[in-house]
Write a protein that binds this ligand. Sequence first.
Ligand SMILES: NC(=O)c1ccc[n+]([C@@H]2O[C@H](COP(=O)([O-])OP(=O)(O)OC[C@H]3O[C@@H](n4cnc5c(N)ncnc54)[C@H](OP(=O)(O)O)[C@@H]3O)[C@@H](O)[C@H]2O)c1
Length: 284
Amino acid sequence: MARIFITGGTGYLGRVLVRQASLGGHHVAASYHTQAPPSDEAIWLSLDVRDALAVEDLLDRLRPEVVIHTAYRQGGPDLLPVTAMGAGNVARAAAAVGARLIHLSSDVIFDGEREGAYTEDDPPSPVSAYGAAKARAEALVTAAHPGAIVVRTSLIYGFAPIDRISQFVLDVATGRSPERLFTDEIRCPIYVEDLAAALLELCGLSYSGPLHVAGAEALSRYAFGAMIARAWNVDPSGIQGALSAESPVRRPRNCALDSSRARRLLRTRLRGVSEVLRDLGRLR
Ligand SMILES: NC(=O)c1ccc[n+]([C@@H]2O[C@H](COP(=O)([O-])OP(=O)(O)OC[C@H]3O[C@@H](n4cnc5c(N)ncnc54)[C@H](OP(=O)(O)O)[C@@H]3O)[C@@H](O)[C@H]2O)c1
């Protein structure tokens, strides 16, 4: 059993990680920033990852064996300070206390122009501000902590509670949102429970470097949305398709991740959406 520190414990992935790690018998500490801590399954600590000294001081006191860094902001003025510099602060502090580090990254560090799926050997080529911040984070993390595992993942979804992307899909399908879903943006959505289990399994492995940990099924946002709507018993016929290629803002299109290396390393299965929905009795 390990002493694990999870940043962003109040986030969507963070909450599941805290629960699974605690149920698995690990000693869990987790950080929150603006939200109240949700449970007593962990030691909860207030932390702003922008504050390098605070991060250093906290890890010096906690002395975790493993740090899982999920905290980030997807946009706004805090994008670079939190998502990139904050990740660098966490990596430096983890290295200083000899803790292993698992850093959460994203498929959008790629430009989405590749034929087929991206492997760990493909260089980052972000086209969005968020993608650039996550790519910068990867570089800062790897420089400060060369032994870190940089886990690149894709759309994270789940049911208890519903995730942001699925809620957006339901809003679109029921006409509460006028948005449309792209038929040419490909992702490998991952069930939050599978991702958390894979991250906890990685805590005990000696791997370092980038690792793609995404679901087995590559789907367009539109196809994924229709499956998610049906899984929630919502008629998907209200979902309108659109082409990302025609969007005025350049967006990464095919960000399919090749997770075969992770599949070889891990016992945890990285199920595709159809398999998850079938297993949960939600494939309709
Ligand atoms: N969601 C996806 O579909 C997706 C896809 C690919 C990759 N990822 C990656 O997976 C990770 C987790 O994503 P998520 O969707 O679970 O995140 P989330 O729900 O948006 O949660 C973000 C977390 O970051 C914390 N945070 C924000 N600013 C902070 C600061 N200045 N200092 C410390 N903590 C701060 C938040 O704390 P408070 O809420 O307490 O303020 C929250 O716990 C991220 O690294 C993301 O890049 C996510």
